[in-house]
Design a protein around this ligand. Structure first.
Ligand code: GBH
Length: 449
């Protein structure tokens, strides 16, 4: 056997999920309304008209789901906490039943020998806080810190791996600029405010976690970083690629990890470019204990005169997923190497990687060889980055089971387990069995028998 295919024994193998995408029970046991409840209930916002009202019904099936994770040999499980389940109004009174749900889930995971990685915010802001401006109101830094303190006080004795925010670039751009995600706003000035406040909120939450849970706790942030490359070495193409990376990555990674905004983006954002006040600076540059990397695809970019951003994606030949995202495994290698050079050396967890395909359940089986091939190729490139010096400690496949894929609704299947939405039955796909074998042996094989 080739040693390149063997991962370290202590490597953490897991799968990831998010509360709104799987839980359902949107108005049960005292849960407050989230911005995704409001958004999905607004006609026209979700492509297939579906909602997360039931989703995978994980809120009621959590015990069976933990049993399935155990059966699949998962060493870790990344899930998120629904803020409005804990604080229905966003601040103030705690909903004890909401808290109990996550306490029971954590206890069940620990009893199954599975390490919980808890995401504190995966996009489901309490609607009550949106009504006060949401991420565009600087008060959100305090609201978030107070919520995080409650969660860490109750779970910190059993949880030692925390992720403050999931993909700030995505919820800010999608929610405040493009309008494709909740709360569906299209306002460049509000988007820049939301960006800045998300960066501050990470710093505030990081400090809260450390002060309550102690120095041994590990707190990171999951950044979405796809690989971006210029279409040519012409200076205008190189600049266009740099600007795209600037708005998707550096506007978040630089303030969080280095305490500054990328100056090269100032002229691009003009008067909306964030100014760091003295009060802000204590929350920036606080850093992370690990870099959570969510990685899906690669983009090639060229200069475009007629586009407001002066950049445009150039479609590359190759295979695409059902999301129409290019499959380009070398992208994860370059992303890890680049990030480690810019911000490292620093420990990494791949907190999401995966793909949607048009899976079919036939005779009780889903033969998703395209997904096995995808995961295999991205993991081989992850291993290559490790050989070249990047400290990658674990990998979470996105996602445990098919679920509510945001504005795409239930139509896009990213799961290792198939969900029949009529019965909510879970069926491990061929990829789940393949991945389970990998988690148990640590040996990367291209096929699973
Ligand atoms: C993640 O976001 C989310 O964290 C998760 O909840 C979600 O279900 C999952 O991924 C799947 O969507 O320029 O067209 O080539 C996705 C982050 C950012 C990944 C944009 C793809 C570029 C696509 N995405 N990125 S494209």
């Amino acid at each position: 056997m080739n040693d390149n295919n063997r991962f370290p024994a202590e490597f953490v193998w897991g799968v990831a999920t998010a509360s709104y995408q799987i839980e359902g029970a949107w108005n049960e046991d005292g849960k407050g309304e989230s911005i995704w409840d409001r958004f999905s209930h607004t006609p026209g916002k979700i492509k297939d008209g579906s909602t997360g009202d039931v989703a995978c019904d994980h809120y009621h099936r959590w015990k069976d789901d933990v049993a399935l994770l155990k059966k699949l040999g998962m060493k870790a499980y990344r899930f998120s906490i629904s803020w409005p389940r804990i604080l229905p109004e966003g601040t103030g009174e705690i909903n004890q039943k909401g808290l109990a749900f996550y306490e029971n889930l954590v206890d069940e995971l620990l009893a199954a020998g599975i390490v919980p990685f808890v995401t504190l915010y995966h996009w489901d802001l309490p609607q009550a806080l949106q009504d006060r401006g949401g991420w565009a109101n600087r008060e959100v830094v305090n609201w978030f810190a107070d919520y995080v303190a409650i969660v860490v006080k109750h779970l910190g004795d059993r949880v030692s791996h925390w992720i403050t925010l999931n993909e700030p670039a995505c919820f800010v751009a999608g929610g405040y600029f493009a309008g494709t995600n909740a709360p569906g706003l299209k306002d460049a000035s509000l988007a820049m405010k939301a960006c800045h406040h998300a960066n501050l909120a990470h710093g505030a939450a990081y400090k809260v976690i450390k002060s309550i849970s102690g120095p041994d706790s590990q707190a990171g942030l999951s950044f979405n970083v796809d690989h971006i490359q210029p279409a040519s070495d012409k200076p205008e193409d190189v600049q266009a690629a740099r600007r795209m990376a600037g708005r998707r990555k550096n506007m978040y990674t630089d303030p969080v990890l280095k305490g500054v905004y990328p100056e090269f983006m100032r002229s691009y954002y003009g008067r909306n470019f964030p100014e760091i006040t003295a009060a802000d600076s204590e929350f920036l540059g606080v850093g992370v204990d690990f870099f959570g990397l969510n990685h899906y695809t690669s983009n090639t970019v060229e200069y475009a005169q007629d586009n407001p951003y002066k950049d445009k994606k150039v479609r590359q030949p190759g295979k695409y997923t059902a999301m129409d995202w290019l499959i380009h495994p070398e992208g994860i290698y370059h992303t890890l190497m680049d990030l480690n050079r810019q911000y490292g050396p620093i420990p990494f967890y791949i907190t999401e990687n995966g793909a949607a395909f048009d899976d079919k359940l036939v005779d009780g089986e889903v033969r998703d060889s395209d997904r096995v091939e995808f995961l295999h190729s991205y993991l081989a490139e992850t291993r290559r980055a490790m050989k070249d010096g990047v400290d990658v400690r674990g990998y979470f496949g996105w996602t445990f089971m098919d679920n509510f894929e945001w504005s795409h609704g239930l139509g896009k299947r990213f799961g290792l387990c198939y969900i029949d939405y009529a019965t909510l039955e879970r069926t491990p796909k061929a990829s789940a069995l393949w991945y389970s074998n990998l988690a148990k042996t640590g040996i990367l094989c291209s096929h699973y028998e």
